[in-house]
Design a protein around this ligand. Structure first.
Ligand code: ME8
Length: 531
């Protein structure tokens, strides 16, 4: 059943350091989906934010000589700037230090305590400070290394509150069974079961006394709520759960007509796929419909991460190459669900091949030919005139269908590839129809007109499909085709005879061709490759 509206979220990122291209990847994917749904006329509420508590932030603030609040305020300002630069269209930005969030977390904690889903105990385990995670013996292995980041862990013990996961395991497994599409890729479900649930899930520690930068537990204020109960709650505190104004919560969370989707990286699957549904079950709330787990971007063979400092900063990339090239690279280059790597060579190559050569050139050539052969007026549709028109039309129709189905399945990268198939096919169509030869033959005027109309239509349809990614270039493309970008509507793609009669406007190249010998070293320098 097609849902009426959508709620889509990114993880809330830690403001322990600046964001890198990995965070930009996740947020851009989410943004593309939100823009696509809105373009199709659906209401879509898009949330991102910052996860501001925890020991690491407390420590980093101390090192910087500022209060934790000052520290996070400063970094979160950078989050906002980056999302603006990348044209991220989020409807709200939740910060876990906001009153609205704190109140909800305290309320949830009290309810769980009262229900005896949370109890006071003692925690002993292996602790990884950079990851803020306790691990079991088996997880750290004989070398006592953090299974997430590979660094040494130390033994630690403290009084702590625990969430009774044992009470909810069976219900979780039943939920997985009843909702086979909950985790995407579906293989993640087996990983959760085999790696974490089967070996025996321990109760989850949900409080800390060893640091104070967190939400105090009302019933026992020397404890602060430990990171995951605090962090995951953002998805509902932002909607006003438990507040005097739960309108958004009812509309975008509880209402079965709304599809709720979390997008997140493989590093935090466990928390979203196991504990989050359990917390919701404990509160008697609906669970998310889908969780889309994306792979991680690697750099120099290891996961790019803020704490390791091996990151690519997206700011200078966007400043130099523009928002569209960066968004396109992110969604196109990384095969969804698999880990990918960012390399300067691939970035430049992708931008040149797909954007400058394939799309940019197609537009450039089409507009030039319409100027040259038809005084700048797009000829109207005359049906299938040349022997190649039918095939181009069918590629357009098939690609549109694929694009829609793939996006509905959250296969964002594949959907964009389907849109680019139209561009590839249209370039081939120029070689097949050889308009320059048709132009020399008086008797082929109708063929030439049909070729120009078909090329403009292919560009128009591709421009619409790519608009959630190419947030500025698509509008420039429409303008060059003589259309008012404001009047372009998604439904027009179903009408292949829509174009004709408007006057094209030759503009600048949509995407400049990048010089590999200059740009690769430039990006390498950004990445600190030569340092
Ligand atoms: O885990 N490649 O925050 P975080 C791709 N606050 N994506 C990456 C990435 C990489 N190398 N590195 C990070 C947290 N990401 C918690 C989340 S949610 C309730 C709390 C992306 O700042 C990816 O989406 O470490 C990953 O899951 C997320 O950033 C983790 O961000």
């Amino acid at each position: 059943m097609e849902k009426k509206r959508f709620y889509i979220t990114t993880p809330i990122y830690y403001p322990s350091a600046k964001l890198h291209i990995g965070h930009a990847y996740c947020t851009t994917l989410t943004d593309i989906f939100a823009r696509y749904k809105r373009m199709r006329g659906f209401e879509c509420y898009f949330l991102t934010g910052a996860d501001e508590h925890g020991q690491k932030i407390e420590e980093n603030a101390k090192k910087a000589g500022v209060t934790p609040q000052e520290f996070v305020d400063n970094i979160v300002e950078g989050f906002h700037k980056l999302w603006e630069l990348l044209y991220i269209s989020n409807d709200d930005f939740i910060r876990t230090t906001q009153e609205r969030h704190i109140k909800t977390v305290q309320q949830i904690f009290s309810q769980m305590l009262k229900q005896e889903d949370i109890y006071l105990g003692k925690y002993k385990g292996w602790y990884c400070t950079p990851c803020e995670s306790f691990w079991t013996d088996t997880q750290v292995g004989p070398d006592h290394l953090c299974p997430d980041c590979g660094r040494p862990v130390h033994e630690a013990e403290e009084e702590a509150y625990f969430f009774k996961t044992s009470k909810y395991v069976d219900r979780l497994l039943k939920f997985y069974d009843e909702n086979p599409k909950f985790l995407l890729p579906e293989s993640r479900k087996n990983e959760m079961i085999n790696t974490f649930i089967k070996p025996g899930l321990e109760d989850l520690c949900v409080s800390r006394t060893s640091f104070s930068w967190g939400i105090p537990i009302k019933e026992n204020p020397k404890h602060v709520v430990y990171v995951w109960l605090d962090a995951l709650t953002n998805y509902i505190s932002a909607l006003g759960y438990g507040s005097d104004n739960p309108e958004l919560f009812n509309k975008f969370w509880q209402d079965p007509e709304c599809e709720t989707i979390h997008i997140l990286g493989a590093d935090i699957t466990r928390f979203h796929a196991i504990y989050w549904p359990m917390f919701l079950e404990s509160l008697g709330l609906r669970k998310p419909d889908r969780e889309l787990i994306h792979g991680l971007l690697m750099m120099r063979d290891s996961k790019m991460s803020k704490s390791k400092g091996n990151v690519v900063d997206p700011y200078p990339l966007v400043e130099r190459y523009g928002v569209d090239a960066v968004r396109y690279y992110l969604v196109r280059e990384v095969t969804f669900g698999q880990d990918g790597s960012f390399t300067p060579e691939q970035f430049v190559e992708r931008s040149n091949t797909d954007l400058a050569n394939s799309l940019g050139n197609l537009l450039n050539r089409t507009v030039s030919m319409i100027n040259k052969y038809f005084q700048g007026i797009v000829p109207s549709y005359q049906g299938k005139v040349t022997p190649f028109d039918g095939e181009l039309e069918s590629v357009i129709n098939v690609s549109v269908k694929q694009y829609e189905n793939l996006l509905d399945d959250l296969k964002i990268t594949e959907a964009i590839t389907a849109a680019m198939d139209i561009v590839g096919r249209a370039n081939k169509y120029i070689d097949e129809t050889t308009p320059w030869a048709l132009a020399k033959d008086e008797s082929k005027q109708k063929d030439l007109a049909s070729v120009m109309n078909h090329l403009a239509t292919a560009l128009f349809v591709a421009g619409i499909l790519l608009k959630p990614v190419l947030v500025t270039a698509s509008d420039k493309l429409f303008a060059q085709l003589g259309l008012n970008p404001e009047e372009v509507k998604y439904e027009q793609i179903y009408n292949l005879s829509y174009l004709g009669g408007q006057t094209v406007n030759k503009g600048d190249q949509l995407f400049p061709r990048l010089d590999v010998t200059i740009e690769v070293p430039f990006i390498q320098e950004l990445m600190g490759v030569n340092k």
